[in-house]
Design a protein around this ligand. Structure first.
Ligand code: C2E
Ligand code: MG
Ligand code: MG
Length: 694
């Protein structure tokens, strides 16, 4: 027995199928092992060494089951081998897990062949292919599948897999709430079969697009589901390698809602819910484009509630807000659906009328609007009357652009205000000329101070009885190289609007006080001289005004009582909160306060008592009438008497004739100023003419 084995081994060593071994030697990525009838290794290629770790020398002569067969499989392997040898029962090729030299598992696909050599002994060859990579790939695939499943479940999105023709082959939905039909109804169907027309059309278009361009495409749509209108975003991807299309659908209702809210806030006024300035003007630009195409006229109405500020200040913002809401409703109720009402801000509204045939049509609508405000508003148990002024600009006559029309309607609105409010006015050519002039003045005024274009003239004021000079009023002058001489009545309101009045006003104070110092020194301080300076309401918004004046006075060594500040009722009506404080500070310091243009406003009397005035200037419109007109004479008489009873000094402005002067003297007017005595004149002339006569 023992000797037979040795002979066999010997024989085996010589029975080498050379060409076969040469072939196996050449392929070292596959393990090829040869075994004799006792399962001893007779061939072991490099591939076997790579796979199982044994070198050829280590393996040769060892038994199969002692090398690479795990203990649990040993008996089965031995049996299978003997069955093959004895009964010719082939061992089928299969995937099995063997082990390497270190005892680690090695997954292989193992095929086997049995040769019978010339000595009639059998040799089994095993050809093992390493399955490590395959196994890894398989494990990866399984992992990916699990991961995808987990992702699908975790994501609220809907996933549809469809063939190129749009037939749905698979879907994933973590919840079926957002599915338009039951899940089963999708499979085998196309989106176009199950979704409503418009949405289906969108899907079709985008599926075609993705197939043609091979790029991800996305679009939004909305569906009416039992829970309400739901907004979706669909993203479509072409899995061109697999001839399939992936559709990912996301519920974007919340996003949509917040975007809608933002849009709403950006485009609508939160109080009245009307389109805001931005949206209204955007609509106007759209309307203008369309109107041009259709050759139609468009009317732009600029509305401003009359004295709304007073309502707000006296009745409070709550009532003011309610009035604005009701006003906006009343405006809307008069208009057609295609017309737009917008709130420009504060108490300003805009109305856009399309397809306006003529001026007559626009005035009919405007009259309806004004009429609709005749009824009182009932708010918090109060009955309130509110009127408005409306300016109308019509395109194309009054402009083709949003800004031109808006500006022109605004100008016409101001015209309506000056006509006495509660009325309307069309924009006219004349207004256009005024506007052009205004724009030119505004343009030139920037930088005019730096270019030294401003200077002062002084109009002397005289003691009525003795006719000697007691001081002067500083009056601003502007000489511009382009516009020539511009008078203050024209440029001061513009300076007030642009805010330039603040630096310009400071310049006036500095100049006037410094001139007063010079004038006094030339006059050797024989008598008192005062300097009157006009102040605009907006100058009081500058918090540093008072301290600025103080600094200027002390810089020139002028006592405060030599300075007189002239203000008009406009300041007091402007309802600035701190106005009383500032005025009190000024007069407590000793500066005089003068009420200018008395009689031209509304309720001067009450202001005279409320604020610490020292001087009252009767407006020249009354003075010019006193010698002819009984009424004016009576007003002036009463004003002088009343002023004196309040302890105020009275100045008459605009004295142009000797008769007026005589009469004013008789009436007891303290001081006079006017062309009859002197026009406003330059510094030098004042010094020349009014230094000796002191
Ligand atoms: P005001 O303060 O009432 O000034 C008197 C205006 O009447 C001056 O016009 C003066 O030239 C004019 N005037 C004086 N006597 C007569 C007269 O006998 N007959 C006629 N017809 N007019 C006379 P001016 O200089 O054109 O100033 C107009 C207004 O501009 C001033 O009215 C004042 O309100 C404003 N203003 C002038 N300078 C300044 C300034 O420096 N600051 C501010 N804020 N306003 C100023
Ligand atoms: Mg004045
Ligand atoms: Mg005046």
């Amino acid at each position: 027995m023992e000797s037979k084995k040795n002979i066999n081994t010997l024989i085996h060593q010589y029975v080498i199928n050379d060409p076969l071994h040469q072939l196996f030697d050449a392929v070292d990525v596959i393990s090829v092992q040869g075994y004799d009838e006792d399962r001893r290794v007779i061939y072991w290629n490099k591939g076997s060494e790579h796979l199982y770790g044994y070198t050829e020398d280590e393996a040769k002569g060892k038994k199969l089951e002692d090398l690479i067969i795990p203990a649990a499989m040993r008996d089965a392997v031995i049996n299978a081998h003997s069955n093959w040898i004895v009964d010719d029962i082939e061992i089928p090729a299969s995937e099995i897990t063997l082990q390497n030299k270190n005892g680690k598992e090695v997954a292989v696909f193992s095929s086997h062949v049995m040769f019978t050599n010339q000595y009639d002994t059998k040799q089994m060859y095993c050809i093992d292919i390493d399955l490590a990579d395959v196994k890894k790939a398989q494990a990866n695939a399984v992992f990916n599948e699990h991961m995808l499943k987990a992702i699908f479940e975790a994501l609220p999105d809907l996933f549809f897999l469809m063939n190129k023709d749009g037939t749905i082959v698979d879907y994933h939905a973590s919840s079926i709430d957002n599915l338009y039909v039951a899940p089963t109804e999708f499979i085998g169907q196309k989106m176009t079969d199950v979704l409503p027309g418009m949405v289906a059309k969108k899907f079709e278009t985008h599926i075609n697009k993705v197939l043609q361009q091979d790029e991800m495409t996305s679009f939004e749509y909305a569906l009416n589901l039992p829970q309400g209108l739901v907004y979706f975003e669909a993203r479509i991807n072409n899995l061109s390698k697999y001839d399939q299309i992936m559709v990912i659908i996301r519920d974007i209702t919340e996003q949509h809602k917040s975007a809608e809210l933002i849009r709403q806030q950006a485009h609508y006024d939160s109080l009245t819910l009307l389109p805001n300035r931005f949206l209204a003007l955007d609509r106007l630009s759209q309307i203008l484009i369309e109107a041009q195409r259709k050759n139609e006229k468009t009317a732009v109405l600029f509305l401003d509630l009359d004295d709304f500020k007073k309502v707000n200040d006296s009745l409070g913002h709550e009532i003011g807000d309610k009035l604005l809401i009701e006003s906006s409703q009343r405006l809307q109720s008069v208009l057609r659906k295609e017309d737009t009402v917008g709130r420009l801000g504060g108490d300003e509204f805009i109305i856009l009328l399309r397809g306006v045939e003529d001026h007559h049509y626009a005035s009919k609508i405007v009259e309806k609007l004004l009429n609709n405000f005749r009824k009182s508003f009932k708010i918090n148990g109060k009955e309130l009357l509110l009127t408005m002024s409306i300016g109308i600009a019509i395109s194309p006559e009054n402009g083709n652009t949003v800004s031109d029309l808006l500006r022109n309607a605004d100008t016409a609105m101001y015209q309506a205000k000056s006509l006495g409010r509660n009325t309307y006015s069309f924009f006219t050519k004349k207004m256009n000329i005024i506007i052009q002039r205004r724009i030119a003045i505004e343009e030139q005024m920037y930088g005019a101070l730096q270019r030294n274009e401003f200077y002062l003239h002084y109009q002397p004021q005289f003691d009525t009885k003795n006719k000697y000079v007691i001081g002067a009023e500083a009056l601003l002058r502007w000489n511009n190289p382009i516009l020539g001489n511009v008078m203050p009545d024209e440029f001061i309101p513009i300076a007030e609007n642009t805010g330039l009045i603040v630096p310009i006003g400071k310049f006036v104070i500095e100049q006037a006080v410094s001139f007063l110092a010079k004038w006094k020194s030339v006059s050797e301080g024989k008598k008192k001289l005062t300097m009157a300076v006009n102040l605009s309401p907006s100058q009081f918004r500058d918090e540093g005004l008072f301290s600025f004046i103080k600094t200027v006075l002390s810089g020139e060594n002028i006592p405060p009582e030599d300075l007189e500040l002239e203000i008009t009722e406009g300041l007091l009506m402007s309802c600035q909160l701190n106005i009383a404080d500032v005025l009190a500070k000024i007069t407590n310091f000793g500066i005089k306060l003068s009420m200018d243009d008395f009689g031209t406003g509304y309720s001067s009397l009450s202001y005279l008592r409320k604020y610490p005035f020292n001087v009252l200037k009767i407006d020249r419109s009354f003075i010019s009438g006193i010698t002819q007109n009984e009424e004016d004479l009576n007003v002036v008489k009463a004003t002088i008497a009343m002023s004196h009873s309040l302890g105020l000094t009275v100045i008459a402005e605009g004295v142009e004739t000797p008769c007026q002067l005589t009469l004013l003297n008789e009436l007891g007017c303290d001081i006079v100023q006017g062309y009859y005595l002197s026009k406003p004149i330059s510094e030098n002339k004042i010094i020349e003419q009014y230094s000796d006569s002191l």
